[in-house]
Design a protein around this ligand. Structure first.
Ligand code: NAD
Ligand code: MG
Length: 379
């Protein structure tokens, strides 16, 4: 039986991970759950799955939850609580499903504790890819991708030699505004931006899909996960989200991974790799779909993707700055403080004022991350 802890159990990835567990109670045991402020849902999850530890963002919420937890479940809180859930249980696998670079310390703690990482929290790899991958290598810990594109690439690479990779193609649905011109993006609302055509996801990644920042983060994530160069990574618009990504090899053979857009497939694969089991998901029938469509990526339409490539290539602290500025810009857009197009303006301004520092350690990353956040609040 596989023991798992979930960081961010009340979110989109967290709840879908628990759905997989609920369908296969004989295969998994949940030992730790952590959430931000959704106390009610965390309590319901704790009653159903009876973990040994849960964590909430604040002391106040943790104290309120304490009274209603099942016997045998301990509650902790804050950054330290999150780290406890990540590292101080007997979990085999930690699913990192919280949003943003705040997931970094807990992810590193889980790696240090020798846990396999089911990685959804891509911002940690963007912010500190060199540290996370190096640490995982040292500790002989696997980082198994949950992001659908990266799970696809990971599956395509099964049994293949990394030296034989010619190109990795990440597919992109195009997000909520894929059929609009740039002029038509003026004045779009938060509700419109949150209406993704193919996937139901948390608010931040849904906005990131509309700006194409999500694909930018995924390009950087792919660089670290698969140890390829930026020249080997391409992005292709594929509105149906059926081909989740593909790899072209040296002999020009292409291997792709296909399926209905349902995150429970890549989530389960990260939990059961290298084995496969049935999932409670629908089956893809290509005859029902009939046609699949593809469009060249238009970097003028999606300038944030170009910026992500530039930051990735610049390396050092640039990806951390890009990510932190984006986290703030998206929060400001969701709060109604700035417009949709302001997100890219904020990103461009913050990135252009940053002088890439050779980032060797976590303290410097933290510094650069805070600097970018402060600036992104004011521009
Ligand atoms: P979400 O907003 O739905 O969920 C976020 C979770 O983090 C919630 O459980 C929330 O309570 C928790 N959280 C927030 N603040 C916290 C704190 N201080 N301490 C502990 N927990 C806290 O987000 P999501 O869509 O599930 O995305 C999670 C991650 O997975 C992101 O990095 C995203 O990019 C990635 N991802 C998501 C999808 C998807 O389909 N949703 C697909 C691929 C990758
Ligand atoms: Mg993805």
């Amino acid at each position: 039986m596989k023991k798992i802890s979930i960081l961010g159990s009340t979110g989109s990835i967290g709840t879908q991970t628990l759905d997989i567990v609920a369908h296969n109670p004989e295969r998994y045991k949940v030992v730790g759950l952590s959430a931000g402020s959704n106390v009610d849902l965390l309590l319901r999850q704790a009653k159903q799955f009876k973990p040994s530890i849960v964590s909430l963002a604040t002391k106040q919420d943790a104290e309120a939850a304490k009274l209603h937890l099942p016997a045998g479940t301990r509650v902790v809180y804050g950054e330290e609580g999150l780290i406890e859930v990540a590292a101080e249980t007997d979990a085999d696998t930690v699913v990192t499903a919280i949003v943003g670079s705040r997931g970094l310390p807990a992810t590193l703690a889980a790696i240090d504790a020798g846990k396999t990482i089911g990685l959804a929290n891509k911002e940690t790899l963007v912010t500190a890819g060199h540290i996370v991958t190096e640490r995982a290598k040292q500790r002989k810990v696997s980082i198994l991708p949950i992001d659908s594109e990266h799970s696809a690439i990971f599956q395509c690479l099964n049994g293949e030699s990394r030296q034989a990779i010619k190109q990795i193609t990440l597919t992109a649905s195009g997000g909520s505004f894929r059929d609009r011109t740039r002029e038509e993006l003026e004045g779009v609302t938060v509700a419109e931006a949150l209406n993704h055509p193919n996937w139901s996801m948390g608010a931040k990644i849904t906005i990131d899909s509309a700006t194409m920042v999500n694909k930018g983060l995924e390009v950087i994530e792919a660089k670290w996960l698969f140890d390829v160069t930026y020249d080997q990574i391409e992005v292709l618009i594929h509105p149906e989200s059926i081909i989740h990504s593909y790899v072209e090899f040296a002999d020009h053979s292409i291997i792709a991974q296909l399926g209905l857009p349902d995150m429970r497939v890549p989530i389960q694969y990260a939990l059961t790799y290298p084995d496969r089991y049935p999932t409670p998901t629908g089956r893809l029938r290509l005859a029902d779909i009939g046609k699949l469509h593809f469009r060249e990526m238009d970097f003028d339409r999606y300038p944030c993707l170009r910026l992500a490539f530039e930051c990735g290539r610049a390396g050092q602290s640039a990806p951390a700055v890009f990510n932190a500025a984006n986290e703030v810009a998206v929060a400001r857009f969701l709060n109604g403080e700035i417009t949709f197009l302001d997100i890219e303006r904020v990103l461009e301004t913050v990135v252009s004022r940053h002088e890439a520092a050779d980032m060797l350690d976590l303290n410097m990353i933290e510094e650069v991350d805070s600097w970018a956040r402060r600036l992104a609040q004011t521009v």
